[in-house]
Design a protein. Structure first.
Length: 304
């Protein structure tokens, strides 16, 4: 009568595992190599390669020079060789920097027939298809600009056609806000740079276009009504007075709620962050200025 020892069973298990490992290696070596291993990988940006659709009420213009957000300071290196994409619509005008490595392809809608083209109204007409592509998709910097520019253009198209909105909540005892006329004069960054006599424009065409854009913004603001400012009570001994920038409309549907509307999503976010900086949400009592659906996890205070 034969008995199997534990050491013998362990040896059989080791031999079986060795045979399985060898067979898996043979199967792996016989499998075809991945295209990325052969150097034939195709790199795409899933965000940048997605097409955009511009309504008929919006227009796109490409300028040969980059936008200059602050003429009193030198332009950043990343924007020095960029272009300017100007998107105009019913809600206003928005500027997006366009890097030199990105090309735009506009595909106009094709009408089924001449009668259908003439009978189609402006609201029911098909939108224009906008596609972005880069010169070399293997360069990481170009791929990053690819998706970024597509996202900025999508926000700009939505802003000039429908508009963006940001809601702020004032949480705290006595926290309230109101909108009132602003009696103080305003000076933009371009006006300050021109008055000082020290500007950093790349050429005269860029300077002339920035001055013309400022004039258009001032005319649009004058048609919208008087300049407004926010009067916010945030627990200080004094009220917080913030001038509402051009292109933004502020309202207070409730005393503890501020609603900002505008065509430029970046400008809306910047102004909302400035309001929030006066009373950031604190984690012990949950007081402060909350932007959108922002929440905060409360902490338990330490007991002595």
């Amino acid at each position: 009568m034969a008995f199997s020892s534990p050491s013998g069973s362990r040896g059989l298990q080791r031999a079986a595992s060795t045979m399985l490992t060898a067979s898996s290696r043979v199967a792996t070596s016989s499998a075809p190599a991945h295209p990325a291993m052969l150097g034939h990988s195709v790199r795409h940006s899933h965000v940048g390669s997605a097409p955009l659709y511009m309504p008929t009420s919006t227009t796109l213009e490409i300028l040969p020079f980059p936008p200059h957000p602050n003429p009193s300071r030198p332009l950043s290196t990343s924007l020095r060789y960029a272009k300017t994409a100007v998107i105009r619509g019913p809600q206003g005008e928005t500027v997006v920097p366009l890097q030199d490595c990105i090309d735009l392809d506009l595909e106009a809608p094709k009408a089924a027939s001449a009668d259908a083209a003439t009978s189609t109204s402006g609201e029911d007409a098909e939108p224009t298809k906008l596609t972005l592509r880069v010169k070399d998709a293997d360069v990481k910097a170009q791929r990053s600009f690819w998706g970024l520019t597509r996202a900025l253009l999508a926000n700009a198209i939505t802003g000039v056609s429908e508009g963006h909105s940001v809601a702020l909540r004032l949480v705290g005892v006595g926290y309230r806000a109101s909108v009132e006329p602003d009696p103080l004069p305003r000076t933009s960054k371009l006006q300050s740079a021109l008055s000082s006599g020290r500007t950093f424009f790349l050429n005269d065409a860029q300077k002339a276009w920035e001055i013309e854009r400022l004039r258009r913004n001032e005319e649009a603001a004058a048609k919208a009504g008087p300049r407004m400012r926010l009067n916010i009570r945030l627990g200080y001994s004094h009220p917080v007075l913030l001038a509402v920038p051009y292109g933004i409309t502020a309202s207070t549907p409730q005393p503890n709620r501020i609603l900002l509307r505008g065509a430029d999503k970046e400008q809306l976010g910047l102004f909302a962050s400035q309001i929030r900086s006066w009373r950031k949400p604190e984690p012990y009592k949950g007081k402060g200025v909350f932007v959108g659906d922002e929440t905060i996890r409360l902490r338990t205070p330490k007991k002595k």
